[in-house]
Design a protein around this ligand. Structure first.
Ligand SMILES: Cc1ncc(COP(=O)(O)O)c(C=O)c1O
Length: 706
């Protein structure tokens, strides 16, 4: 095979792209030696040489450089500047490297161990040697068939952390750049068959989180830095990699994960086997089970008892994150910089700081603070966004719901004592809106999978007094079902939506929650998906009469100055909040998408037998206001996470029917609701949650010992 560029697999991934070189598969030789060239000054030209026997494959892992090849007759120049191809240079070819860009990084795979006698350093000597070679002999050397048995044996072998090692690799320093050679069974305790590397890694990303059954690995941060979390099922330790001449040896049977990549980081992994998916254990629970199978439960338990020997348990490595405060009550804002907050409101607001300041200044400069053009503009934009004819800005989400019911009463469509069906598993505001209006809430149990009202139980809760169903899109998940629509039509019931937690959520691709029923209440409480700088709310509806009545009641009962057809209230959305909400509305879909990605990540990576993710299937139309998990030892889990700097919340600790303010229900049982309230724990969820924080949370969850 002549000198030629070879394309490599390029596995694209938002967490960094990955390319791989496997011996005999991507390159036509067995990999005996690997070396790295780094710290090469920009513009440098490195001296040339040829090998008598050795073949090479050269990749620009970072930056760019040229390789000039010469077969004794013709010269060719190859410009290498991408990680996903490389130049194959057979033996008997003179080559030199030049024109290095600053920060360039070359990876060279070689078919032989280092052997001084294999080098031809002098061009004339090279030509002489070439002329001595019988015709065709070079080609013969190249056609070596791949031996069998390169893939995994497949059986699980376990290791402990003492068998991992972090060590300095050789570093040969030259003025033209330094070199680190890595030779099979000399520098590393195995034969390298595969080399892969991850690049284009966004800063802060994480990779890995798996164990190998039989494969050995050497991990190197060839550029930038990252941490590797190591876990042998009993002990954990964290190793920081940030030098191209330091390597971390990870034997099979160790769970590992790379986290906290610096921007521009490149992770190089040399492995003892070709790729085989069956060699991976990607589920932490499976990993632990296989350890127990291998070592026996008792030895795992014994090892656990001696865990004092651990070099650096995760607890210590997390010490740089100060302990979280005690769990906070709903709505309390977590102090900044104290671990991983449940929700980082400041950071989220800071993202749009310039536009928010501009909007606030505009209102201040206008001298008009209530019922002005900011509210009008936001109402128009929000109505369009939700897909309704009308939007009325009000003071908060509770008022929005109260005003809908009150307006229906004023319009003669509801009367004192009418029954409203409502989920038993909701925030108390939903129920207060009903009782405040002298209407009767009829609680219906949720479904264990969706945690939303169980639509199969609604019909049997209907009585002649039932006038409406108030569904709650709790946790940012749609609660509406076709069945609910059918029941409403069958019994001529109003359908009201509590959309406080679900701004942007969809039922159908173009049908947002908040537009599915007769009217909906929305909350713009600061931590909601669409949050104001204080309280705020809105009513959306297609019903012009209802809209007009809500607007009047919210303004002391007046739609005409000093004329009061209703005994109204004061519930208005301030101009400042409307101006800010209008800015934030333009980012809502983008931020909801980030929530979705976080939810997806949690779902894919949380594996613990005592933790349940209800309705685990990710719905792209949900907006994940919260990410609830269920755990039988919820309080212990919350304390454990808090002790490790992760703040969580409970939504909610006591269900409405067990609250002191609803004594009439205290003796009633809603077992599913109670079960959820006993087990629910909301994990940190916010569009600004970083991947390394997410990985930390997941690692803590997966390694939680009951
Ligand atoms: C489901 C639900 N409904 C209604 C409300 C009331 O919204 P607000 O806090 O804006 O009054 C909330 C607030 O958290 C809520 O979660």
């Amino acid at each position: 095979m002549p000198v030629r560029l070879i394309d490599l697999p390029r596995i694209t991934d938002p967490r960094g792209n990955l390319s791989v070189v496997e011996q005999y598969r991507n390159v036509p030789f067995k990999i005996e030696r690997t070396f790295l060239m780094y710290d090469v000054p920009g513009g440098v030209s490195r001296g040339g040489h040829a090998y008598k026997r050795s073949q090479e494959f050269i990749i620009a892992l970072s930056g760019s450089f040229d390789i000039v090849t010469d077969d004794g007759e013709n010269k060719q120049t190859f410009h290498l500047n991408r990680s996903y191809y490389g130049l194959y240079v057979p033996n008997g070819i003179w080559r030199h490297m030049e024109n290095f860009s600053t920060n360039s990084l070359a990876l060279v795979l070689s078919s032989t161990h280092f052997d001084e006698s294999d080098y031809l350093y002098d061009y004339d000597e090279f030509k002489k040697w070439l002329n001595q070679q019988p015709a065709g002999v070079l080609d013969t050397i190249l056609t070596i068939d791949a031996p069998d048995g390169q893939l995994m044996a497949g059986s699980f072998s376990s290791s402990n952390l003492e068998q991992t090692s972090f060590f300095d690799l050789p570093r040969i320093q030259f003025r033209e750049g330094n070199i680190t050679p890595i030779e099979n069974n000399k520098t590393v305790p195995f034969d390298i068959q595969r080399v892969f590397y991850i690049y284009d890694i966004p800063g802060g990303e994480s990779r890995g989180a798996h164990a190998h059954k039989t494969c050995h690995q050497l991990i190197i941060a060839v550029s930038g830095s990252f941490d590797v979390l190591l876990d042998d099922g009993i002990h954990q330790k964290t190793v920081t990699l940030n030098r191209p001449y330091q390597g971390l040896y990870v034997p099979p049977g160790i769970w590992s994960q790379e986290i906290g990549f610096s921007s521009g980081g490149v992770c190089l992994v040399l492995t003892s086997h070709l790729f085989d998916e069956s060699d991976y254990i990607r589920n932490y629970e499976d990993y632990l089970n296989q350890l127990v199978d291998l070592k026996g439960k008792s030895s795992v338990e014994t090892l656990k008892k001696h865990s004092g020997k651990t070099e650096k348990p995760v607890e210590q490595s997390l010490d740089k994150f100060p302990r979280a405060q005690q769990p906070l009550l709903y709505g309390e804002v977590f102090e900044q910089n104290t671990g991983i907050p449940f929700y980082n409101l400041k950071q989220l607001t800071d993202q749009h700081s310039a536009e928010i300041h501009q909007a606030v200044s505009r209102v201040i400069d206008s001298g008009w603070f209530l019922l002005g053009k900011e509210v009008k503009r936001f109402e128009a934009h929000y109505a369009k966004y939700i897909g309704t004819d009308h939007c009325i800005g009000v003071a908060n989400g509770l008022d929005a719901l109260k005003l809908i019911l009150r307006a229906y009463k004023e319009l003669g469509q509801l009367c004192d004592g009418d029954e409203i069906i409502v989920p038993a598993n909701t925030y108390i505001a939903t129920i207060l809106a009903i009782t405040e209006n002298n209407l009767t809430p009829v609680l219906v149990e949720p479904d264990m999978q969706t945690l939303q009202i169980d639509d199969s139980l609604i019909e049997c809760a209907i009585t002649p007094k039932t006038k409406a169903i108030l569904i709650v899109h709790l946790y940012g998940k749609n609660a509406y079902t076709e069945k609910i629509g059918t029941v409403c039509r069958k019994y001529t019931l109003k359908l009201i939506e509590d959309n406080a937690q679900a701004a942007g959520c969809c039922y159908l691709p173009n049908q947002r929650t908040g537009s599915l029923g007769d009217a909906a209440g929305h909350s713009f409480y600061p931590t909601k998906n669409l949050g104001a700088l204080g309280d705020g709310g809105a009513v959306t509806t297609d019903d012009p009469e209802l809209a007009k009545t809500v607007r009047a009641i919210a303004n002391y009962g007046s739609s005409q100055k000093y004329i009061f057809p209703y005994q109204g209230v004061n519930s208005r959305l301030d101009e400042i909040h409307a101006a800010v909400l209008d800015v934030k509305l333009s980012y809502l879909d983008e931020e909801n998408k980030k929530r979705l990605e976080i939810a997806r990540y949690y779902c894919e990576h949380i594996h613990h037998p005592a933790i349940v993710i209800p309705g685990k299937t990710i719905r792209t139309d949900h907006v994940y206001h919260l990410f609830p998990i269920l755990a039988s030892h919820r309080d212990a889990l919350q304390k454990y996470l808090a002790d490790h700097g992760v703040q969580t919340q409970i939504h909610y600790p006591i269900p409405p029917h067990q609250q002191a303010c609803f004594k009439c229900w205290n003796q009633q049982r809603y077992p599913i609701t109670e079960y959820i309230h006993q087990q629910e724990l909301s994990l940190p969820m916010s569009p600004v949650l970083r991947t390394d924080d997410l990985d930390r949370i997941i690692t803590l969850l997966n390694t939680w010992k009951l």
